[in-house]
Design a protein around this ligand. Structure first.
Ligand SMILES: NC(=O)c1ccc[n+]([C@@H]2O[C@H](COP(=O)([O-])OP(=O)(O)OC[C@H]3O[C@@H](n4cnc5c(N)ncnc54)[C@H](O)[C@@H]3O)[C@@H](O)[C@H]2O)c1
Length: 252
């Protein structure tokens, strides 16, 4: 067990990669706080963890709202005493389409969730990590932030912002023993897949994406969770400011 004695908050853990991360952390001994905008989804994942013998609570909340971050932090500390790991996983995208067709509302939503969500996460948890003498942020960015595809301009930009902010946070918070790392998944089979593709999710259209991935398949929640497990564990005690591609070679 690689996370025994630690408590992890995982945002957007009601489905997709976040669900995989939450369940993997719980199997490795962590107490897990399952956050999602969707209360039912968060509760389902927390219940499944509990049925498998793990420790988890569900906390509904919107990561774009400061008050929801305070409630999330207070619920986590209230139930488990402290938090050692925060996984900033919740994210969203505009549909894959030409840049001139992305509305202001879509742009604002993408940056509110993918960038401002990280801002509030830092504001809510850095004081707690400082008091505790350290902590770890694991931020789910994307290959989109370093090897952008056409049709996803503002999503790509938001993930690039997350990557640079994470490196800057690593530099600034290192003296507080707060580690900040990113994981960059390539396209995976989750709630966002159809939006990323921008075309019907058919075998033929999937094949076009798979053709750009040397290892020849989409990423899975377990692939992403395995990288997040390493970065949150003590094995990564000297790793900060890193960006780990989980992309089957897409960014080579
Ligand atoms: N699926 C991919 O191909 C892919 C590739 C690279 C990176 N990512 C990133 O992975 C992360 C997880 O996405 P996923 O692919 O698992 O999609 P998903 O839609 O399956 O999961 C995202 C979860 O986040 C929740 N969420 C959305 N907005 C929220 C908010 N404001 N507050 C709290 N929760 C919110 C959703 O309800 C959902 O349960 C995202 O940051 C995404 O950008 C996904």
């Amino acid at each position: 067990m690689r996370l025994t004695g630690k408590t992890a908050v995982v945002t957007g853990a009601g489905s997709g990669f976040g669900e995989g991360i939450a369940k993997t952390y719980a199997r490795e001994g962590a107490n897990v706080v399952v956050n999602d905008l969707n209360a039912e989804a968060a509760q389902r994942v927390a219940s499944e963890i509990a049925h498998a013998g793990g420790q988890a609570i569900a906390v509904q909340g919107d990561i774009t709202r400061e008050a929801d971050w305070h409630a999330l932090r207070d619920a986590a500390i209230g139930r488990f005493g402290s938090v050692e790991i925060v996984v900033n996983n919740a994210g969203t995208t505009h549909r894959n389409k030409p840049v001139m067709e992305v509305s202001e509302a879509e742009f604002d939503r993408v940056f509110a969730v993918n960038v401002k969500g990280l801002y509030w996460s830092v504001r809510a948890f850095v004081p707690h990590f400082r008091e505790r003498g350290g902590g770890a942020f694991v931020n789910i960015a994307s290959t989109a932030g370093i090897r952008p595809r056409p049709g996803l301009v503002w999503y790509n930009g938001s993930k690039g912002a997350m990557i640079v902010a994470s490196k800057a946070l690593a530099a600034e918070l290192g003296p507080d023993r707060i580690r900040v790392n990113c994981v960059n998944p390539v396209i995976g089979d989750t709630g966002l897949t159809a939006e990323f593709m921008g075309v019907p999710d058919t075998p033929e259209n999937r094949a076009r994406f798979v053709a750009t991935i040397p290892l020849g398949r989409f990423s899975t929640p377990q692939d992403v969770a395995n990288a997040c497990l390493y970065l949150a564990s003590d094995e990564a005690a000297f790793i900060t400011g890193a960006c780990l591609e989980v992309d089957g070679g897409r960014c080579v």
